[in-house]
Write a protein that binds this ligand. Structure first.
Ligand SMILES: Nc1ncnc2c1ncn2[C@@H]1O[C@H](COP(=O)(O)OP(=O)(O)OP(=O)(O)O)[C@@H](O)[C@H]1O
Ligand SMILES: [Mg+2]
Length: 278
């Protein structure tokens, strides 16, 4: 069964797409769950799509998640392999996806994900910078929400809003959704004291939900997509590669194992409750 991760933050440019791609590539390299990984691009701008398919001229793919969601093709028929070295497939985005942002697609993405869950070890959903239908569908379909956030105090109000949306979805549509964590990105020399940022963050999420690793600004991270390569393939020895690699190996995979355990315990408790009531 797949592990489904929605990479979310309705603020623009927080490193969602960069993290989704380098997480996917890293998981095929460093996770022993399985080497196969699918990215679903729910952002109509399709930056993950153009990078992973090497179509930097922006030409939209013939078949996309838009066709899958409007039920014109099957999920399997929408998937295409990427040009990355790693074993990553994609259900690409198309600008027409924007039109779905105004429709009620409820749990359609969740059904798509369910139908693919025996084919991939990991499914990573990249989302647009808003809290509309497309992002909400991703959270309804996901097991985990991963929240990349710029290393700035200005990010805090956005995180409060994100938390409220996640909690509503947990209450109403997806009781299995868990917060994987907040990943601080794009730290540079101008970043104020980290201590202060972490303190402000603690008013939104407890420290256990904020990864210790910080992805600093690194030119190689910015360059890799225009070469259609993950950071590990582009320059495995650079700082950006070692930060993403260490985060995945030392934090992400451990957190994932912990949350999986919590999920099993919750399922058992619910089953027991049902038995006692019935
Ligand atoms: N650690 C980093 N070092 C240097 N550049 C980075 C880093 N992380 C992201 N970037 C660059 O910052 C820009 C925004 O990143 P990205 O596209 O991943 O954000 P996003 O949250 O997906 O944006 P959007 O909300 O528009 O979808 C990109 O040009 C990306 O290459
Ligand atoms: Mg993006």
């Amino acid at each position: 069964m797949s592990n489904v991760i929605a990479v979310v933050n309705h603020k623009g440019g927080t490193g969602k797409t960069t993290t989704a791609i380098n997480l996917a590539a890293g998981l095929t390299r460093y996770s022993d769950i399985t080497s196969s990984c699918l990215i679903i691009d729910m952002d109509p701008h399709g930056s993950a799509t153009s990078t992973l398919l090497g179509k930097l001229d922006g030409a939209p793919p013939a078949r996309s998640i838009f066709d899958v969601l409007r039920r014109a093709i099957t999920p399997q028929d929408g998937i295409t392999s990427t040009i990355y070295d790693e074993n990553i497939d994609i259900l690409p985005a198309n600008p027409s996806l924007e039109s779905m942002a105004k429709t009620q697609i409820n749990d359609r993405l969740a059904k798509v994900v369910q139908s693919l869950s025996t084919s991939y070890g990991w499914i990573i959903i990249d989302t647009p910078p808003n809290l509309g239908v497309l992002t909400q569908n991703a959270l309804v379909a996901a097991d985990y929400a991963l929240i990349p956030t710029q290393c700035s105090g200005l990010a805090i109000p956005t995180l409060h809003q994100m938390k409220t949306v996640i909690e509503k979805i947990q209450e109403r549509q997806n009781i299995w959704l868990q917060v994987m964590g907040v990943l601080l990105t794009q730290k540079d020399g101008r970043t104020p004291l980290l201590k202060n940022i972490r303190r402000e963050l603690s008013h939104v999420y407890p420290a256990a939900n904020v990864f210790k690793t910080i992805i600093t600004n690194n030119i190689k991270i910015e360059e890799a997509p225009s070469n259609s390569q993950s950071i590990y393939a582009y320059d495995s020895g650079c700082l950006g590669a070692s930060l993403y690699r260490d985060w995945i190996k030392k934090e992400f995979l451990k957190k994932h194992a912990k949350l999986e355990k919590a999920k099993v315990e919750k399922r058992e408790a619910l089953e027991l409750k049902k038995e006692m009531e019935g």
